[in-house]
Design a binder for this molecule. Structure first.
Ligand code: DAT
Ligand code: MG
Length: 140
């Protein structure tokens, strides 16, 4: 499998509980390299643009409010099959369905406040990375 890059976000519920280091350890233990990382506070409009694909879903407004409710850590993870590997380390969207040992099983508070975001495909990874990072900020 090829080396890939994926966009990860440590969400406000997790930064609030000081879980950035514990979550990063899960990525690194799985062989994912953090090649870019910054802590930012999104506006609701910025969160809305990021999650535009979900605009018609009933939880969209709540999701955007939540993503703008505190700091997030946006990061680029690199590794063999990084997109799927990160999704595996994250666990299922709803923590009730997440496998033991995954980030969401251990840390997520609910389906909405589920600690992490990860890109779901190569095209979205590319678009999401460029939403937050300039090429020179990625240091492999
Ligand atoms: P994922 O983050 O696992 O890729 P997704 O893309 O389907 O999941 O949804 C994006 C985010 O929207 C998800 O992380 C949390 C929120 N969300 C999804 N389904 C939800 C629901 N049924 N109720 C509330 N929030 C939801
Ligand atoms: Mg998704």
């Amino acid at each position: 499998m090829a080396t890939e890059r994926t966009l990860s976000i440590i969400k406000p519920d997790a930064t609030k509980r000081n879980l950035t280091g514990k979550i990063n350890a899960k990525f690194e233990d799985a062989g994912l390299r953090i090649v870019a990382q910054k802590r930012i506070h999104l506006t609701k409009a910025q969160a809305g643009k990021f999650y535009e694909v979900h605009a018609s879903r009933p939880f969209y407004d709540e999701l955007c409010e939540f993503m703008a409710s505190g700091p997030v850590v946006v990061q680029v993870l690199e590794g063999e099959g990084a997109i799927a590997k990160n999704r595996e380390v994250m666990g299922a969207t709803n923590p009730k369905d997440s496998a033991a040992g995954t980030i969401r099983a251990e840390f997520a508070e609910s389906v909405g406040e589920n600690s992490v975001h990860g890109s779901d495909a190569p095209e979205t990874a590319k678009d999401e990375i460029s939403y937050f990072f300039a090429g020179m900020e990625l240091v492999g």
